[in-house]
Write a protein that binds this ligand. Sequence first.
Ligand code: IPM
Ligand code: MG
Length: 356
Amino acid sequence: MNKKILVIPGDGIGQEVTTWGKKVLEQIAKKYNHTFSFDEAIMGHTAIEATGNPLPDETLAKAKATDAILFGAIGHIKYDNDPSAKVRPEQGLLKIRKELGLYANLRPIKLFDELLGASSIKPQILKGADILFFRELTGDVYFGEKKRSEDRNTASDLMIYSRYEVERIAEKAFKAAQTRSKKLCSVDKANVLESSRLWREVVQDVAKKYPDVQTEHMFIDNAAMQLIKDPKKFDVVLTANLFGDILTDEASQIAGSMGMLASASIGDSVGFYEPIHGSAHDIAGKGIANPLASILSVALLLDISFGLKTESNAVITSVEKTLKQGYRCKDIADSTTPIDKICTTSQMGEIVISNL
Ligand code: IPM
Ligand code: MG
């Protein structure tokens, strides 16, 4: 298979982790006789520094012309405590999601048995948990009109959804539920929000087309609680942009660490693959970031964008093997991890590749 992959490392640890995602792709190409050609582009703080624009036209043009995108992370502390900054790294990520029509963000919560002890939740609560989030990604309060009063003392963000936006992601989520345990939980705040009442109405309509899927509706506050109380009760979770952002960070703790979770953003054309973690400037450049979320994003890329199921499984299996051998990056190590099994970013990457 002949494919083009655009790597956008972004900011902070993005560079360190995508280096290993890319090396894993190269190894897969070698092992299974594919030709993957790579290009690279800038986005976020890195792009602001170089061009003044968090999503330069050149990056967008390259993104539109490639077969899949491997992205690292975005953000810089400089902006976090400066709410007045007009140009922000995150604008690059939001714009590329919108421009590429990436309306469905899939976030699988895959729990490796070896990491049961890495979570702050009791192992008996976690064991067997397996959740696939469908987070809507190009609507909601993220993209609704933003306003600030003239005296600057009042501000608003419009929480807005249209029927078609809910329908198209609901269709994807129900189809996925059919291939899993045929259970779907739609999360909203329909007891308060009008946009959530539309959301629920549309999901109920779409559900009629999938009578084999058991559909449940849950309020976001309750879902946030149930998720750590009994994560096993969830299978496919379908939710809006903001609720999904928050719930999936919470759910990452089921998998032990943010450093383990991959995501796929799909929609109209090209697929975009990234860890759910951020740029983590506190550890950037220290060589200790966990590359597994990026490597697992590569597994999603191979499966979803290229249809290479065997290759995708090979990546997951090699991660599993690495964990079985006891290797851990700092974020997933605990008091029982022997010191010689604690890995830097590169050591972890090398071991996964040798297991491949
Ligand atoms: C995520 C991130 C982004 C989001 C930020 C960086 C804009 O938190 O992908 O979950 O809020 O969508
Ligand atoms: Mg987030």
